[in-house]
Write a protein that binds this ligand. Sequence first.
Ligand SMILES: Cc1ncc(COP(=O)(O)O)c(C=O)c1O
Length: 379
Amino acid sequence: MDPFLHTYARYPIELVRGEGLRVQDSEGRWYLDGIGGIAVMALGHGHPRVKAAVHAQVDELMHTSNLYRVPVQTALAQALVDLYQARGVFLCNSGTEANEGAIKLIRKHHWRLAGSPESGVTPRTEVLVLPSAFHGRTLMSLAMTPKPAYQQGYLPLPGPVRAVPADELPAAVSEQTAAVFVEPVQGEGGCRALTDAQLRAIRAACDRTGALLVYDEIQCGLGRTGEIVHHPRPDLITLAKAVGGGLPLGAILVVNPALEGAFAPGDHGTTFGGNPVACAAGLATIQTIDDEDLPARCAALGERLTAQLEAAGFTVRGRGLIRAAVPQGPSPGEVVARMRGRGVLVCPAGVDSVRFLPPFTSTEAEIDELARAFVESAR
Ligand SMILES: Cc1ncc(COP(=O)(O)O)c(C=O)c1O
């Protein structure tokens, strides 16, 4: 009897152990993990610094709620604020929770700007997203993920949300728009990167109209694209996945000083957000990324992977170590199965491609192995 509700169509292997880029299944077979828990394991499996930090925190204090400060939580918050040159952070548990919280912050901001109900001004609520966006599975995040297969059966969803292609977005931003959400490099949508010109045009439209710009960096953040700080600067950034170093952690970063006071005490909260053990893992991860200049490594390894795939005639999208390649003939699902048969784990992205999200700490040889497995499986 399967004890689970049937939300996941899982692959037919059970994983029991991980070391670096390798994971082992319950039958003893080792695989090269080219997807790293879907962009979570930035330092690979079982990184010694992360393990030591988690063990030490478990011995010290596992949970207190957010009624009290805990040193490791404050240290992680400060590290994130410093790294992103931000004004403040709210810690939560997941990507979708970060986006929901960002929406609440945006609503509060526009509600305050509108003044009292007697002012007659209606606070802005409209959110614009890209057609192949993925922002999560809770109700508002799902409304912002305009994929019929995901939304079917859940209507009506909160809103208003409009999906607009990148080149039409600047003209669509209006005085009714509360915020524009974009992934600088889309993950689920097929590793499509917005160009600098597109981001600048969206930023300018937001500045012109007073709409807020949010970068959802849940999948592409922490340096995976080759850089931590993306330009032009947004007003808010949402993070999750890699930020917890393998444990559940999400973050809303306020970049625009005008938003610092949007949340007042009592306006938002979460029991587990910023759990000390998750913060210990996250802090060790962030410090390692910074100490070892891993964003530069992501950029170099991403170029290496792309060069090999392109030399073999494949179309490749993305930046740094968030990449997708388009197979020639077999479906992405078929390529994923063939690669798994060769001992390499990846997953599909968008409708037409196979995704690579290897750890920032991958070796050149591991990247070459990943490229070779795709090339030999994708025709
Ligand atoms: C860009 C982006 N936003 C949001 C999410 C949702 O994150 P979570 O699954 O942690 O809720 C994801 C998850 O894949 C994502 O890739």
